[in-house]
Ligand binder design. Structure first.
Ligand SMILES: Cc1cc2nc3c(=O)[nH]c(=O)nc-3n(C[C@H](O)[C@H](O)[C@H](O)COP(=O)(O)O)c2cc1C
Length: 345
């Protein structure tokens, strides 16, 4: 049995969040533990998109390292980028536990966490102690506090942008998590317009690549509105997608293999709307678990990808699988770098 499967057979006997919290503590204390299981990045896998360069195209999606406590470990492991958060201005506890459920039969997770996090002040401090020798791109995923009213939401996002922008490579406006009441309603034209306009004032003094993370269930018309606003305010792109609420498995957002098809269709829709004259970059997330998923996404016009649930089920070896997949792709196509191959599509 592979070492990660041995770990999993033991860890999966416990509450998912307790195992997660324990692992984050270990990662925080011993970032060097990543080296024996790390995937060394091949220089040929470097990719540029949306105003950023990632050492390889595989990022870790938001929600795994909510408080930016394990960035060095995760970078050592070989991720091309790490998106910490969701961070809210003030600390908050999130919804009552248990709030993560595993579905091993189809390698999926259901979470109803509601942005538990230590708040911007502590997370900024964590970030400053970890970012100095890290060679992954670092992203900050921003959200509003649960008790912030809709009308005050734009100031939460603007405040967070101002706090984090000088210390990260990119930022993400998250208005698509299903576990903060009313948050997804901010994906309306009016809701997003106010946020984008408030945040753009802060971008005048510190311009960083900015992304919007969307839900997989958006109608084409709503998507067009969001993409138009993102283009108007010079966002770098869209992250598609967050977890899905289109399931019958209980409260919360579903992720992993169970949303692969839905998320993929949403990504294709986003690519159709966001590319062409608008030319926003699209980062793929949602059910991505193998190189074939990534190559399909690239052929459809996508750029970087992020994983979360497949990392839980497959472990750090998944980064080796992706790396090998890219090597095979280069060998088959004769391209000397991933960038060269992508540019030729
Ligand atoms: C336990 C858990 C917590 C998450 N927390 C966040 C979060 O705080 N902010 C966010 O934008 N996405 C969050 N996500 C969503 C992921 O970033 C990702 O968009 C989603 O899980 C789809 O990718 P996947 O199928 O590879 O997991 C969370 C996902 C899981 C499973």
């Amino acid at each position: 049995m592979k070492p990660y499967n041995i770990f999993k057979s033991c860890a999966f006997k416990f509450d998912p969040e307790s195992v997660h919290d324990f692992s984050i503590q270990l990662f925080n204390k011993f970032p060097q533990f990543a080296y024996p299981i790390a995937t060394k990045t091949d220089k040929r896998h470097q990719l540029n998109a949306g105003g950023m360069t990632w050492k390889n195209p595989i990022g870790l999606a938001a929600g795994f390292d909510k408080n930016a406590r394990a960035l060095n470990f995760l970078s050592n492991l070989g991720f091309g980028a790490l998106e910490f958060g969701t961070v809210t201005p003030r600390p908050q506890k999130g919804n009552p536990r248990p709030r993560i459920k595993r579905f091993p039969e189809d390698s999926s997770l259901l979470n109803s966490m509601g942005f538990p996090n230590l708040g911007s002040k502590v997370i900024l401090k964590n970030l400053k102690t970890t970012s100095s020798y890290n060679d992954s791109a670092i992203g900050a995923n921003l959200g509003k506090n649960k008790d912030t009213t809709d009308s005050n939401a734009p100031s939460d996002y603007a405040f967070l942008y101002e706090q984090f922008a000088p210390h990260v490579d990119y930022l993400t406006i998250n208005i698509s998590s299903p576990n903060t009441p009313g948050l997804r309603a901010l994906q309306s034209r009016e809701g997003f317009l106010e946020i984008a306009s408030e945040v753009s004032k802060k971008r005048e003094s510190c311009l960083r690549p900015l992304y919007l993370k969307i839900a997989p269930e958006l109608e084409t018309k709503d998507l067009e509105d969001l993409v138009n606003i993102a283009t108007q305010f010079k966002f770098s792109g869209i992250i598609a997608t967050n977890t899905s609420i289109a399931h019958g498995r209980g409260k919360g957002g579903l992720s992993g293999e169970a949303i692969k098809e839905e998320s993929k269709l949403a990504r294709l829709k986003v690519l159709e709307v966001a590319k062409g004259p608008r030319d926003l970059s699209v980062i793929g997330a949602g059910g991505i678990s193998c190189i074939e998923d990534v190559v399909d996404f690239w052929k459809a016009g996508g750029d970087f990808v992020q994983i979360y649930t497949s990392f839980i089920y497959k472990g750090p070896g998944i980064l080796k699988e992706f790396s090998q997949g890219i090597n095979d792709l280069l060998a088959q196509t004769g391209a000397s770098t991933l960038q060269e191959w992508k540019d030729s599509l």
